[in-house]
Design a binder for this molecule. Structure first.
Ligand code: NAD
Length: 495
């Protein structure tokens, strides 16, 4: 096993004195505080970034307000073309961006290339198409005419203003691209606040955005911890926050936004997503499905499944086959192209997963496979299969955000639906069966923003995505994002 060689571009980028990206270029922070970026595969510090302070927040907001004045007046086609050019630049720098991402997040290089770059470029091109298709309506008012006068009305879709995009660590590029693409095509400016664990790739992408023709100030990047996100949300100069992250932080962000004069908020939060296997399912297909649903990127995907429900007669053979498959996974360095399963993204998260393993043991769950940290300087944990004891067990109720598949048996399909819905969350769910007619009858009974049939975790820019219940507010993708990034202005005329 051996790592790929890092490109000279990556060697040059990582040790830079990483500043904030404000007004079209790197600007030194007013703060003397920095944050270390650590490679979770080996525990080494790979870069230092600025931990922005209030003066930096003010500077970024002022710049974004100026950027908004200019960008909101740009022709829709101009906006779309900048996004298309940025997609091309992402592809031209594909390998360097993927390597930076793998070094900061531990994501295996194949996933960095396929999702953080290729998928991000695909999303940019999809959104670019919307730039020229955002429009209002004409309306015939309902009022009767009293003296022969007439009325007509129309609506305008106007950009909401300066958007704050707060991004988690699991897909630092792709999620940032969802937010910046939504903002830029609707004519908003945006300040991205990346996760303190994974701030590097988006700093490089901000430079590429300027090369793509984006005017200064339309995209700013402020690095730092949660306080920077809070400061941006509560700043009187910002108009909307698009937040992706955990439920507790999302609730805090929602409160801050409402308290700051009803700043608009879209919240894409966590979940405890379920996958339900009907009795007719082929066991090998079920196991492939569970690997896709629960173990991609070491389970660190908001839409991933963590609760797996199989018929009582099939649960043991499914878990056994799954354990055999997981024991053959190539676990190793994320920079080795043969690695199938890498580290989790940071030490805190690894420790949190260890807490879940201990909790499972304390609650007498059966650990079918894994259940331990992997010794060494990296943040590795074993891919894990657990059979829960009761439906109240922690592993069936709290989001682990890790490579832990927790199983529970059902006897009837009514019981399966009850189990799947037995959660305060509602981001995604999947049904696995050859009986499509039965699946389509069950879909309406599942309370989740996305329900997949015979697949899980695949996101497509054309298909709206977002959470029900405590998994969030608002939708990204499709045409649904337009409502969140624009205000509807009604114009009424008497003639
Ligand atoms: P997190 O909530 O800890 O942090 C997310 C971001 O919020 C970070 O940039 C952080 O610095 C910032 N932040 C922290 N406190 C803040 C505050 N008070 N105000 C403003 N910003 C603040 O989440 P995480 O650990 O980075 O990511 C994992 C979580 O994200 C999981 O729960 C996962 O399910 C969720 N997630 C959801 C989606 C989705 O689309 N629904 C996608 C990816 C991840």
């Amino acid at each position: 096993m051996s790592d790929i060689a890092l490109l000279p571009e990556v060697h040059a980028f990582l040790p830079r004195s990483h500043a904030l990206f404000i007004d079209g270029g790197y600007v030194q922070s007013h703060s003397s505080q920095t944050l270390a970026v650590i490679n979770p595969a080996n525990g080494e510090v790979i870069a230092q970034v600025a931990d922005a302070d209030q003066a930096d927040i003010d500077a970024a907001v002022e710049s974004a307000r100026r950027g908004f004045q200019q960008w909101s007046r740009a022709a829709p086609a101009t906006r779309g073309n900048v996004l298309l050019k940025l997609a091309d630049l992402l592809e031209q720098h594909r390998e360097a961006l993927a390597q930076i991402e793998t070094c900061q997040s531990g994501k295996i290089i194949q996933i960095s290339r396929a999702f953080e770059v290729d998928q991000a470029a695909h999303f940019l091109r999809y959104y670019a198409g919307w730039a020229t298709k955002i429009s209002g309506q004409t309306i015939t008012p309902s009022l009767p005419s009293f003296a022969g006068e007439r009325y007509t009305a129309f609506t305008l879709r106007e950009p909401v203003g300066v958007v704050v995009g707060i991004v988690p660590w699991n897909f630092s590029t792709m999620i940032a691209i969802w937010k910046l693409a939504s903002a830029l095509v609707t004519g908003c400016s945006i300040i991205i606040k990346p996760s303190e664990f994974t701030p590097l790739t988006i700093l490089r992408i901000a430079e590429l955005a300027i090369d793509a023709g984006l005017p200064a100030g339309v995209l700013n990047v402020l690095t730092g911890g949660g306080a920077v996100g809070k400061g941006l949300v509560e700043h009187p100069g910002t108009d909307k926050v698009s937040f992706t992250g955990s439920v507790p932080t999302g609730i805090a962000v929602g409160r801050s936004a409402m308290g700051a004069g009803l700043t608009r908020a879209t919240l894409e939060l966590g979940g405890k997503n379920a996958a339900g296997f009907l009795r007719d399912v082929d066991l090998d297909k079920a196991v492939n499905g569970i690997i896709e649903a629960g173990f991609l990127h070491s389970g660190q995907i908001c839409a991933a499944a963590e609760r797996f429900f199989a018929h009582r007669s099939q649960i043991e053979p499914i878990m056994d086959k799954l354990a055999q498959r997981l024991s053959r996974l190539n676990i190793g360095s994320p920079l080795d192209e043969r690695t199938e399963f890498g580290p989790v993204t940071n030490r805190q998260h690894q420790q949190k997963l260890d807490w879940f393993f201990a909790k499972a043991r304390a609650e007498n769950n059966t650990i079918i496979h894994g259940g331990k940290l992997i010794d060494g300087p990296g943040c590795y944990v074993e891919p894990t299969v657990i059979l829960a004891n009761t439906i109240n067990d922690t592993l069936l109720n709290e989001e682990t955000f890790g490579p832990i598949a927790t199983f529970f048996p059902y006897d009837t399909e009514e019981e399966l639906l009850e189990l799947m819905n037995n959660t305060p969350y509602g981001l995604s769910a999947s049904l696995w069966t050859n009986d499509l007619s039965k699946a389509l009858r069950m879909v309406p009974a599942i309370n989740a923003g996305t329900v997949w049939v015979n697949m899980h975790t695949m996101l497509d820019p054309a298909v709206p995505f977002g959470g029900n219940k405590s998994s969030g507010v608002g939708r990204e993708f499709g045409g649904a994002f337009i409502e969140d990034y624009t205000e509807l202005k009604s114009v009424m005329i008497r003639y």
